[in-house]
Design a protein around this ligand. Structure first.
Ligand code: SAM
Ligand code: SF4
Length: 472
């Protein structure tokens, strides 16, 4: 690093705030001669968890995290390239700080855009010195040494590694919920998706290593585990036990101290009934399944190469509707895929009515490099995609108002995740992954991370409001 050090440079007390969910929770660190870094994360939970691994590694290498790019010597962007907009955002950020390069500031691009664009990033943004994809984070210490030695073109772009899971230095953002990656990469070839190119082929982690990490987390006070993968359902234990995902899920749910287990994302083609049976058998496994459908039209699903028809998808929905526990179902929808007709779009709308999702993410199709859909005919104009997404969102809002209002009067157990000081409310999450904001006379942070019964008193489209029963 080019930072100058003087013999008396004991740096001042650094005080920085935790994420907004935990307002008031200040960390006070005394740092001596520390190098500083700033990291901004874009995209999904996989990226958020990757950033936790990067932060952990940097801290063990003697770096201190700071809250603004201006205060940092090393500025990192952990990027997402799932849609064009997400990719543009990072180049915009890099432009903002272009003039600071060479003044002791080093810039690095990590994650999916790094993997997708590779060394082209050095041409597009010459002030960038580090370009590394997620499969290379175990090599970070070595890459930092090169950066510190003044190398202006450091790369970590190989996808050919099984070492992505061993991250001894993860610095977790949330003190109660921890992510565990169980499978990396993706072997599907959805016609619109860059993930197989940015995260490489599927690699499952041994069940022994997953369970050992979950036990360690439980012992250090985490009560919620979220199992992560682009397609957790195709998990297959590479060791002799050969467990599938349902078996692994059931075992994680048996670990003493773990009160909640979530998982994401599921691919409908690989989603088996045993997963529902496991959820039915153990209330520790949250009664929420995110099952992205993408489209309600079998012909669009075929063009997307999703490997299931609408009827096959609906069979999985039926399993969930017939479960003993009420399972919340959420999904992803893409509107305006090339060739999507009015009839196809109407099929998506009537699928929403049929399933009545508890929540959904909707996206306008975004053409991505290397993907099969790029070469397809009949790309849908942007205004039409906008019209369709607005119709989807309006319909879903009405469904959510209806579904949430049914919960008024019910008692839900919440994990207390934060406090909204302005409203004087605690922020809780139910097993079904609903946000439930509630009143409780306690105002100190001692409530954070506890589990409380809360009666629902009001319902909106995106959250519930209630009162804690623990004080009655
Ligand atoms: N692996 C997950 C699956 O199979 O559903 C999803 C991964 S992706 C990070 C999350 C969502 O982004 C997808 O479910 C899809 O709805 C959306 N998405 C992916 N590529 C897209 C594209 N090119 N345009 C618009 N949305 C896209
Ligand atoms: Fe992308 Fe399809 Fe793989 Fe999901 S399953 S990551 S949408 S290729």
């Amino acid at each position: 690093m080019s930072r100058t050090r003087s013999s008396s440079s004991v740096s001042p007390l650094r005080v920085h705030a935790r994420p907004a969910r935990f307002p008031g929770n200040l960390i006070i660190e005394v740092t001596v001669n520390s190098k500083t870094f700033y990291i901004e994360t874009f995209g999904c939970q996989m990226n958020a968890h990757d950033s936790e691994k990067v932060v952990g590694t940097l801290l063990t290498q003697g770096y201190t995290q700071v809250e603004t790019p201006a205060a940092a010597e090393l500025v990192l962007y952990n990027t997402c390239s799932i849609r064009d907009k997400a990719e543009q955002k990072v180049f915009h950020r890099l432009q903002q700080f272009k003039r600071d390069a060479g003044k002791g500031k080093i810039f690095g691009v990590l994650g999916c855009v790094a993997q997708q664009e590779g060394e082209r990033i050095f041409e597009k943004a010459p002030h960038v010195s580090l370009v590394a994809g997620s499969a290379s984070y175990t090599r970070l210490p070595e890459m930092l040494v090169q950066l510190e030695a003044g190398n202006g073109r450091v790369t970590g772009l190989s996808l050919d590694t099984d070492e992505t899971f061993d991250t001894p230095f993860t610095r977790r953002d949330n003190p109660h919920r921890a992510y565990i990656t169980i499978i990396e990469g993706c072997d599907k070839s959805c016609a619109y998706c860059v993930v197989p190119f940015t995260r490489g082929p599927e690699r499952s982690r041994t069940s022994e290593s997953v369970l050992a990490e979950a036990r360690r987390l439980a012992e250090s006070g985490y009560s919620e585990i979220q199992l992560l993968g682009q397609n957790v359902n195709s998990y297959r234990d590479p060791s002799a036990t050969g467990w599938d995902f349902a078996q692994l899920l059931a075992r994680v749910g048996e670990i003493p101290g773990i009160r909640r287990v979530r998982f994401t994302t599921s691919h409908p083609r690989d989603f088996v009934k045993e997963i529902i049976d496991a959820i039915d058998a153990n209330p520790v496994l949250c009664n929420h399944v995110h099952l992205p459908v993408q489209s309600g039209s079998s012909s669009v699903l075929k063009a997307m190469e999703r490997l299931y028809t609408r009827d096959e998808y609906m069979r999985r929905i039926e399993w969930m509707k017939q479960a003993r526990r009420p399972i919340a179902i959420t999904t992803d929808i893409i509107v305006g895929f090339p060739g999507e007709t009015e009839k196809d779009f109407a099929d998506t709308l009537n699928l929403l009515d049929q399933v009545e999702y508890d929540s959904l993410f909707s996206f306008k199709y975004s053409p991505r490099p290397n993907t099969a859909a790029l070469a397809m005919d009949d790309h849908i104009p942007e205004e039409e995609k906008t019209r369709r997404i607005m119709i989807v969102q309006e319909k879903q809002r009405a469904i959510q108002i209806r579904k949430n209002s049914v919960l008024v009067g019910a008692v839900e157990e919440v994990l207390v995740e934060g406090r909204n000081q302005a409203l004087g409310q605690w922020i809780g999450r139910t097993s079904q992954n609903r946000t439930l904001n509630f009143q409780h006379p306690e105002t100190s942070e001692s409530l954070l991370g506890t589990y409380l019964p809360v009666r629902v008193t009001r319902a909106g489209p995106n959250s519930l409001v209630g009162e804690s029963l623990a004080v009655n």
